[in-house]
Design a protein around this ligand. Structure first.
Ligand code: C2E
Ligand code: MG
Ligand code: MG
Ligand code: MG
Length: 297
């Protein structure tokens, strides 16, 4: 443990969580430590949500936001979600953590609305285990009641892999959620293996084109063909599109040539702590450097 503690101390402040010991299997130790920490994180209030704007591709105005979980572990600093979410999922801790995320996102959104800011949707990521909870519909409905947020202002993000685990159950569950009035989006679309025949049956409002198709986006790239095809399919299925991971003007220009809908990415804004996000909302300005083409048409 001494070795590990030293390494942890050295790593403190850095943005990654990795350490090794000579005597122990590093992976097992890492999991064990992470699990111990994770068990205390909720009651010690170590979690926070950051919010990333989603903007209309034409006007660059904020139309929604994605809530992204942040864990500030006191001994090592920020631990990214890709590292702790799988552990939370395996241990079942994702269920209470996920409920906290839902409650926090809904009450924050409602607080902004009560302040007089525009009524926007807030997107919350679902994990597989959380989505499969028997009482998910009741949990969400009680959170909406408790916070007073309109269901239309909550969007749940699920992935293809989550949806396809038991596709028939997914269809039923999504219909129950839709009946409450909340919105559903398919995250990381194109990276999992969903069956198109099921996609047709899922009551999905929005396809989120995964950022891996945006990274190398130029006018005549393969990714351009893929992104355009997903956008065309979404149009045909009467679904909206959100493209994530937009970082450059070139990528944005490419997307503008092929799709309507919304975009999200570092080009417009990184995920922000609530105070900074609220400041953006109050400013009411279009985001990004490129002049929006809203007034042109
Ligand atoms: P995701 O849902 O696909 O979220 C988008 C990720 O891309 C976020 O990473 C975001 O910060 C990042 N991102 C946004 N714009 C850009 C960009 O322009 N370029 C690049 N390279 N990346 C961009 P983050 O916050 O580290 O989250 C990673 C994943 O962790 C999320 O992927 C989601 O699957 C999961 N996650 C985050 N918060 C939660 C949560 O509250 N619950 C659950 N179950 N999963 C969550
Ligand atoms: Mg997401
Ligand atoms: Mg995801
Ligand atoms: Mg995604």
């Amino acid at each position: 443990h001494a070795d590990a503690a030293m390494y942890l101390a050295k790593e403190k402040g850095r943005n990654n969580f990795q350490f090794f010991t000579s005597e122990m299997n590093a992976h097992a130790f890492e999991r064990m430590t992470m699990e111990t920490w994770l068990r205390k994180a909720l009651e010690r209030q170590e979690f926070a949500l950051h919010y990333q704007p989603q903007v209309d591709i034409g006007s660059h105005r904020i139309v929604g936001m994605e809530a992204l979980l942040r864990w500030n572990q006191p001994d090592v600093g920020m631990i990214p979600p890709v590292q702790f979410i799988p552990v939370a999922e395996d241990t079942g801790l994702i269920v209470p953590i996920g409920e906290w995320v839902l409650l926090e996102a809904c009450s924050q959104n409602k607080a902004w609305q009560d302040e007089g800011l525009p009524h926007l949707r807030v997107a919350v990521n679902m994990s597989g285990r959380q989505f499969r909870q028997k009482n998910l519909v009741e949990v969400i409905s009680s959170i909406l009641k408790k916070t007073g947020l309109e269901p239309e202002c909550l969007e749940l993000e699920i992935t293809e892999s989550i949806a396809m685990v038991n596709a028939d159950e997914t269809v039923t569950k999504l219909h129950a959620l839709k009946a409450m009035g909340i919105r559903i989006s398919m995250d990381d679309f194109g990276t999992g293996h969903s069956s198109l025949s099921y996609l047709k049956q899922f009551p999905i409002d929005t396809l989120k084109i995964d950022k891996s198709f945006v990274q190398d986006l130029t006018r005549d790239s393969t990714d351009n063909t893929i992104a355009a095809a997903i956008a065309a399919m979404a149009r045909g299925l009467k679904m909206k599109i959100i493209t994530e991971g937009v970082e450059t003007e070139e990528q944005l220009t490419c997307l503008k040539g092929m799709q309507q809908g919304d975009v999200q990415g570092y080009y417009f804004s990184h995920p922000l702590p609530p105070g900074e996000f609220a400041a953006l909302l109050r400013g009411g300005q279009p985001l990004g450097e490129m002049t929006p083409d809203a007034g042109k048409a």
